[in-house]
Write a protein that binds this ligand. Structure first.
Ligand code: DGJ
Length: 547
């Protein structure tokens, strides 16, 4: 048997000593074992996050009491909107006080920030643009719908719109550099929020119509040609069906369907967001991403926000927005595993800025799965300030557990020594509770959801999930809630797997502190590992074989 043992690098240990000191290294994405990780202060970092409600960061006093709750929940990063209307109340005059106090309060509570730039678009609409933009609709043109109506959505086809947004965004990034380049309280920035066209698949104003009739930009065609074999199936199919043309109008190259119109919209949103991001990065180069309001099955683009950074449009966004570091899903549907997996693409760091609303029992398993199975850089439910009973919130227990295990997790992301499992759900919310198997070296694990000793009707399988961390050939941390794990030896010599020891415990200041030695009823006399169904816990397990 080839010997394998986890060695935690000094860089990862640096994370355990993370105390918020000044650092010369800016937050950045770094590839590790083939997956993208976020480095903060020179060490890999897991975002155990929460996004504020939309209006919660607009008043310092009202947000004040929530910071302690965030700390109790074990949150290390808050995602907070910064509104264009508040930072540029009159054109060219900036007031960054809403950003400054946010940073001050976050620092005081040892919490990092991801800033959400609510600029031209927030959930498709343009309600966060300053009053001087709203009122001057001649200078800042709006989207015109197919039936000729005006909307409160800035047109993506106006240089004035994009330049004015980019100018404000760049001013914010410049200010951020001035006040935060030393301490790196702000670790990433989201450019706009849930960009996507409603109620049609594309815009219909005069410039939009002219552009639709014009040629597909060469930059996009070149991306299609260069990445032909790796294109998303949807884009490849549309391009191929229309003869894989290397020049022509949008309708020539992609057809006249809503799907073609959505590609057109995605391209123009991507180049707009890219221009804003580029202007910001030229002032202060933090990782920047865009988030998507996901499409719904059997619904046409425009009925869901068309052209956003959706999985089937990934190529269009990558080609049009090289300054956007990654695309991120906001997941409010029950088929979490299916939807989050669509964003696992080479070179696309996985981050879930809005993992449904905070306070759901599914959050813990969603978190474990994202970080442990899909190598996410972080996880964050929406409206975190709506949580009142932070002491008893299951997500808090899961965050505490992952924060303890972070050095192991960060070292092993991208390898087979880190896995996670949870019951899956379809779009209708029906759970698949079938057993899962995983192979760790010479052992096969079978994971069942729930406790065999408790009546099924008393159990909550949606709250169950497990992360398995292999630290040596026969040593594992099995961490989570409500799972039973059995073992089989894969040795061909007929050997049988047994549990040498199972010890529950916790980490105190980075050191494993053993609790009880589990045996007897707790391991079914050596037959299985069972994680408590009511709370998150960790067991350190050692296996052996006999004949
Ligand atoms: C998704 C948006 O991105 C959030 O800002 C918020 O509006 C939520 N929807 C509400 O569910």
């Amino acid at each position: 048997m080839a010997h394998w043992r986890l060695a935690i690098t000094s860089q990862i240990l640096g994370l355990c000593l993370f105390v918020g000191n000044a650092s010369a290294e800016l937050p950045q994405l770094v590839s590790h074992n083939g997956v993208e990780q976020l480095h903060v202060e020179g060490a890999p970092f897991l975002i155990l996050g929460g996004e504020l409600g939309n209006s919660s960061a607009s008043n310092r006093q009202q947000l004040q009491p929530h910071w302690e709750t965030f700390q109790t929940l074990g949150i290390n990063t808050i995602l907070a909107p910064i509104n264009w209307e508040m930072i540029e109340p009159s054109e060219g005059n900036f007031d960054f006080s809403s950003l400054d106090w946010l940073i001050e309060d976050a620092r005081e509570h040892d919490i990092k920030l991801v800033i959400l730039w609510f600029g031209s678009w927030k959930n498709s609409m343009s309600s966060y643009v300053p009053a001087w933009v709203k009122r001057d609709w001649k200078r800042f043109p709006r989207v015109q719908t197919a039936d000729g109506n005006a909307t409160e959505i800035l047109s993506a086809f106006s240089d004035t719109n994009v330049n004015t947004d980019a100018n404000a965004y760049a001013a914010m990034m410049k200010h951020l550099k001035m006040v935060d380049a030393e301490q790196n309280t702000v670790i990433m920035v989201q450019v706009e929020n849930e960009i996507g066209m409603l109620p049609d698949a594309r815009e219909h104003g005069p410039i939009a119509e002219k552009t639709w009739a014009g040629n597909v930009p060469q930059q996009l065609i070149e991306h299609l040609i260069a990445n032909e074999d790796a294109l998303t199936p949807e884009v490849r199919k549309i391009w191929t069906t229309h003869g894989k043309k290397t020049a022509g109008s949008w309708a020539d190259v992609f057809g006249k369907t809503p799907a073609a119109e959505e590609i057109f919209t995605a391209w123009h949103y991507a180049i707009y967001a890219d221009k804003v991001a580029k202007a910001g990065k030229s002032e202060y180069n933090l990782p920047m991403y865009v988030n998507a309001a996901l499409d719904r099955p059997n619904v046409l683009p425009g009925k869901y926000p068309s052209g956003g950074p959706l999985p089937h449009l990934l190529d269009i966004w990558k080609a049009g927005a090289p300054n956007i570091d990654f695309l991120a899903p906001d997941i409010y549907y029950p088929n979490y595993v299916e939807r989050v997996s669509e964003y696992v693409r080479p070179g696309n760091a996985l981050f879930i800025p809005e993992a449904n609303r905070a306070g759901r029992i599914e959050s813990g398993p969603d978190l474990l799965y994202s970080i442990g199975e899909l190598d996410a850089i972080g996880y964050s439910p929406f409206a975190i300030d709506s949580i009142e009973d932070s002491e008893n919130e299951p997500l808090g227990q899961a965050y505490k557990m992952l924060s303890d295990l972070a050095p192991h997790i960060l070292e092993l992301q991208g390898t087979d020594h880190l896995r996670a499992f949870r019951p899956t759900s379809n779009y209708e919310g029906e759970l698949d509770l079938s057993d899962r198997t995983a192979i760790f070296g010479d052992y096969e694990f079978t994971i069942s959801f729930g406790s065999p000793w408790r009546d099924k009707s008393e159990q909550s399988p949606s709250a169950y999930g497990v992360m398995i961390i292999q630290t040596d050939d026969e040593e594992f941390y099995i961490a989570g809630r409500g799972v039973t794990v059995k073992f089989k030896s894969l040795n061909t010599d007929g050997s049988i797997a047994g549990i040498e020891s199972a010890i529950d415990g916790e980490f105190i200041e980075g050191e494993w502190k053993a609790g009880r030695w589990f045996n007897g009823d707790q391991t079914h006399q050596g037959r299985h590992i069972l994680l408590d169904t009511e709370k998150y816990s960790i067991q350190k397990v050692k296996l052996y074989t006999y004949q």
